[in-house]
Design a protein around this ligand. Structure first.
Ligand code: ASP
Length: 346
């Protein structure tokens, strides 16, 4: 049966979100750091050569008037850059700002961020923010000036999730492309596609239906997930990642240690395998209290303990293994405690 325009309008009105009084809305703080979501270009078809981190937090919020229907918002500009420039100082600033907001009246936090290293910041916050309030990472694959820009809807969904009861106790989350991913497991899998964020093995936590978060499961804690109290920590140690490939030797490990690395992660081949010619450098580093974690360049899977020297990374990809190592070194853990983070799940 064909619908009359009036019937369609009525149907739409029934689906619309009921208006909630401002004072009953949750408080959500947005911490802006830049990225494509705040990127701009002179061309509406440019989705590759735009400038990341060009638009300030006020402009971002102004572009989505619907935000005022889902939360009482306040915005803080923590940085405004591509996420390839995000460093330990920005991570520590974010951690401090979120902790402060949660000690006040913020019910949830949204971090607008470039997608390139979003998983690292999300993972870092997941392991360090001591609260069950929602921490939601959000970005975009198309700049704000692009036709079909995905930033506004992603931001609206992220804020809705951050202010929701259902979002509590689920660790830090990543919102893009209508999906809710756990920052613990999710990784960027494609350079440009909108559906780039995935946890190949573990899947999504949920998705959005007409801007409402829909979770597949009640909150659950991943096995052996670490938590680090960094309230007294000012600096994070240097941990470098060395890439594995045919013909690789130990020079990059030696150079990293000489440059001041206190821990090394190898993006090794397959199940964390390294060539025999690397063994001595890894054994020496471990003997000198410099942990060497063997992860994998494959992009997926678990690295088991194996027989090579060094520590098999377990479920962590190289960039996440690096964060765990930085945090365990920063909090003064010994080699045995460090190993337990990586191998405990096996
Ligand atoms: N290059 C951008 C960045 O990470 C990519 C993005 O935001 O999507 O800042």
């Amino acid at each position: 049966m064909k619908r009359s325009p009036l019937t369609s309008l009525l149907a739409l009105a029934c689906l619309a979100t009921p208006v909630v009084a401002q004072e009953d809305l949750p408080n959500v703080t947005i911490f802006a750091t830049g990225g494509t979501i705040a990127g701009s270009s002179s061309s509406s078809t440019d989705t590759t050569d735009y400038t990341s981190g060009n638009i300030g937090v006020d402009q971002l919020l102004d572009a989505v008037p619907e935000l005022s229907e889902v939360a009482r918002i306040s915005g803080q500009q923590v940085a405004n850059t591509g996420s390839f420039n995000v460093d330990q100082d920005i991570l520590m600033d974010l951690h401090g700002a979120i902790t402060e907001a949660f000690a006040g009246d913020a019910d949830g936090a949204v971090i607008t961020h470039g997608t390139d290293t979003m998983e690292e910041t999300g993972f870092f916050l997941d392991l360090t923010v001591q609260s069950d309030k929602p921490v939601v990472m959000v970005g975009a694959m198309r700049p704000a000036t692009a036709i079909g820009a995905d930033g506004p809807v992603n931001l609206l969904q992220a804020v809705t999730l951050a202010g929701s009861e259902e979002g509590r106790g689920r660790g830090a989350m990543i919102v893009l492309n209508d999906r809710i991913g756990s920052a613990y497991f999710t990784t960027k899998t494609d350079t440009l596609a909108l559906n780039t964020f995935k946890a190949i093995e573990e899947g999504y936590l949920g998705r959005f239906l007409s801007n409402e978060p829909y979770f597949y499961y009640p909150p659950a804690e991943p096995v052996n997930k670490p938590s680090f109290d960094i309230s007294d920590i000012e600096d994070l140690p240097r941990v470098d990642i060395v890439y594995g490939y045919q013909d690789v030797d130990a020079d990059a490990i030696t150079a990293a240690i000489e440059a001041g690395a206190e821990g090394i992660v190898i993006a090794a081949v397959g199940n964390g395998n390294i060539p025999d010619r690397m063994n001595e450098a890894v054994e020496d580093a471990m003997a000198n209290g410099i942990p060497v974690v063997r992860s994998t360049r494959t992009g997926n899977g678990i690295v088991t303990a194996g027989t090579d020297p060094g520590i098999g990374s377990g479920i962590y990809n190289p960039q996440k293994a690096r964060i765990v190592l930085m945090l365990s070194l920063a909090t003064g853990e010994d080699m045995e405690e460090i190993e337990a983070h990586f191998l405990g799940a096996l």
